[in-house]
Write a protein that binds this ligand. Structure first.
Ligand code: KIV
Length: 291
């Protein structure tokens, strides 16, 4: 709720210890952030899923730092009392550390995020460490990492066999050791996610990773059936069918304008000088000059 202090990373760790689940939802603009905050969301993720559900791309790869800064800033205006995490977009943290920190600075200073999220495991642990050392909380993200979808070969479930589950565990531990405050597990088998959640002292936040994570995150447009291309995924639950409500409302508007039932009497502004106005404006006809 507005006026309240946002959650912080110390309280998140305490919530894990006490067994209280963390809630996280994506948001991309002022109204989605405002509604998420009013609904009592613990954290908002300005995800680069922005590319899919708001900007109409087929992957997150085209999303730019400018896009993320712009959308994070509107989310921050809508949810002043909620902890906001912004995604570092594709290829903004694989060059030099200076470039990475410039991106982090923009998301924090211009976007007003409280933390940033990076996709990857052990291979980005040094980068995570440098960002954390600069005083910025980092949320890790392993399992299915959509920015690497072309390398992974599609949206595949991770951690199906022992070797893959061990790799995920090593990645999670590397992120924890690098100072990440929590780790997103995306499309990970419930068995692997449960073991990782037990092994870490920081919270795990699952999306399609089963029931034993310390928190859950889902995409705004998915749970509200709001024109999302992914709403039919197994791990998504529809909590409200906003898409149908909006579509029906718009069709009704089209119909009423076409049949001239909108605007009606109650929607118009009247003058008490009807006759004088009609006379002065010649009832919409050209004035004929008498000769
Ligand atoms: O971009 C996003 O929405 C995400 C979530 C799927 C975790 O990274």
């Amino acid at each position: 709720m507005a006026g309240k202090q946002p959650l912080n990373i110390v309280k998140m760790k305490n919530m894990k210890q006490s067994g209280e689940p963390l809630t996280m939802l994506t948001a991309y603009d002022y109204p989605s952030a405002k509604l998420a905050e009013e609904a009592g969301m613990d954290m908002i993720l300005v995800g680069d899923s922005l590319g899919n559900v708001v900007l109409g791309y087929t992957s997150t790869i085209p999303v730019t730092l400018d896009d993320m800064v712009y959308h994070t800033r509107s989310v921050a205006r809508g949810a002043e009392s909620t902890f906001i995490v912004a995604d570092m977009p594709f290829m903004t943290y694989h060059g030099g550390i200076d470039e990475t920190l410039r991106g982090v600075r923009r998301l924090m200073q211009e976007g007003h995020a409280h933390a940033v999220k990076l996709e990857g495991g052990a291979e980005i642990a040094d980068t995570v460490k440098r960002i954390v050392q600069s005083g910025v909380p980092v949320l890790g993200h392993i399992g299915l990492t959509p920015q690497s979808v072309n390398q992974i070969g599609g949206y595949r479930i991770q951690g199906k066999d022992v070797k893959d589950a061990q790799r995920l565990m090593e990645d999670a531990k590397a992120l924890e050791a690098a100072g990440a405050f929590a780790v997103v597990l995306e499309l990970v088998t419930e068995e692997a996610a449960a073991e990782i959640s037990k092994a870490l002292t920081i919270p795990t936040i699952g999306i399609g990773a089963g029931r034993h994570c310390d928190g859950q995150v889902l995409v705004y447009h998915d749970i509200l059936k709001y024109a999302s291309p992914y709403r039919d995924k197994r791990f998504v639950k529809t909590y409200a069918d906003v898409g149908t409500i909006i579509r029906n409302g718009i069709s009704q508007y089209v119909k009423e304008v076409k049949e001239r039932s909108f605007p009606a009497e109650e929607h118009v502004f009247k003058s008490d000088q009807k006759a004088a106005i009609e006379a002065a404006l010649y009832g919409g006809k050209e004035k004929v000059n008498a000769t």
